[in-house]
Design a protein. Structure first.
Length: 412
């Protein structure tokens, strides 16, 4: 039930005064307000805490009624929602899984009319309260099964958007699309007939080739990372599939309540990777290149090397090397300071402060850090990997202080 008493000034002041408090601990205290349950206050505090970074527009707007935690956990962040608006076009869009309303809010900035459809009545009421406060008044709110309601809109649609739940009704995580809620798989053909473009957001755990085959009408795939952590995959469907769809890898970074692309978008076609010859291999040279998380998820290991003329350390390491840094590389660039065998590293670098990464190495980073008493942090990076000869090595690296100058310094 939507309890609008929570929006009273004195209660809003209480919520704001307790944003640094563990909301779970408050559950064991009596409510200071008659008619207001402590669980309701804790939910609003917890919701605003989560929105500080994820949804700064919600956090900074007075009078917002925060949805339950589950809805905030699944919803897009401001940055990933804004990115999806670049993938949609037209005048009318239907969001079949409205949820917290984040995607509907951002789509409303670029569409003349947005239909927010959501089967949970409470979420519909919350979104209908919040989104006008955020400045969007071109959204129509409807409560019910979006897969059914979309057929009854009586409105020509340019775009349909779905963000199905990856949890069951008893809150268990699911991984296969057929287990998502709602189950959109039997409706794909019908949805592509209702709108010229269908966008489906899924977990980043889905294999790209599996998704292209399963969703049948795929024309493009967008793999979206934030701060080099893969967050979601957006599948762009049309009435006719593209037999060789484009894959776009992006990496966003937060700054001053906005998300920017820290790396240039990396776009390729599946055939480019499939038809590429095996990568050239090389011993570590002066610089090390690590593709961003979206590229690593995409599997474009041969393509990224060919685009930038970079040899790999090993066929399965997915680390690249060269004598000089390269401009606009979509990932991280490091200066290789030293190279060690694993035994040499163990003798010299116990109890050090360093960032540890592993690529094509039998042990994971946490186990290595524990083994050698390492602490995460500092300016140095230790890459545990495998060289072209199949030997385990450790590359001690550091990010260039001024990458632009390093690039300008290289010979023509």
């Amino acid at each position: 039930m939507l309890n609008l008493e929570l929006l009273k000034p004195e209660i809003q002041n209480y919520i704001n005064d307790h944003l640094s408090v563990d909301a779970v601990q408050l559950m064991f205290q009596p409510s200071p307000f008659p008619g207001i349950e402590m669980s309701e206050l804790a939910e609003q505090i917890q919701g605003k805490q989560k929105c500080r970074q994820k949804l700064p527009e919600w956090y900074s707007t007075p009078g917002i009624y925060y949805p339950p935690s589950r809805a905030l956990e699944q919803c897009s962040s401001s940055g990933t929602a804004a990115y999806k608006t670049w993938l949609a076009e037209g005048d009318t869009l239907a969001d079949l899984t409205g949820g917290a309303g984040v995607d509907s809010y951002f789509f409303a900035k670029v569409f003349k009319q947005v239909f927010y459809l959501e089967r949970a009545r409470l979420l519909t009421k919350i979104a209908a309260h919040n989104l006008p406060l955020l400045g969007e008044d071109n959204i129509r709110f409807l409560s019910g099964d979006g897969m059914q309601l979309v057929h009854r809109l009586g409105q020509k649609l340019d775009c349909i958007y779905l963000d199905p739940s990856r949890r069951t009704r008893d809150n268990k995580k699911v991984f296969l699309p057929r287990d998502y809620e709602p189950d959109f798989m039997p409706h794909l053909q019908g949805l592509t007939q209702l709108a010229r473009r269908v966008l489906i957001k899924t977990s980043p755990l889905i294999d790209i080739h599996f998704g292209i085959n399963a969703f049948r009408y795929v024309r493009a795939v967008h793999i979206v990372s934030v701060r080099n952590e893969c967050k979601e995959i957006v599948w762009v469907l049309g009435r006719e599939p593209d037999p060789d769809p484009t894959i776009t890898c992006v990496n966003l970074h937060r700054g001053d309540q906005m998300l920017f692309q820290t790396d240039p978008p990396f776009t390729y076609r599946l055939s480019e990777e499939t038809d590429a010859p095996p990568a050239k291999l090389s011993e570590p040279l002066d610089f090390l290149f690590e593709p961003n998380a979206s590229i690593l998820k995409s599997g474009a290991f041969k393509t990224v090397g060919r685009r930038f003329s970079l040899p790999k350390l090993h066929a399965n390491s997915h680390l690249y090397t060269y004598d000089f840094p390269v401009p606009r590389f979509p990932g991280r660039t490091f200066k290789i300071l030293e190279q060690f065998t694993v035994r040499e590293f163990g003798k010299r670098f116990k109890n050090q402060r360093v960032h540890v990464s592993t690529r094509n190495f039998p042990e994971r980073a946490p186990a290595i850090m524990k083994k050698y008493g390492l602490t995460a942090g500092g300016d140095d990076y230790a890459f545990f990997t495998t060289n072209p000869a199949g030997k385990r090595v450790v590359l001690w690296c550091r990010k260039p202080e001024d990458l632009a100058k390093e690039i300008a310094r290289q010979p023509d």
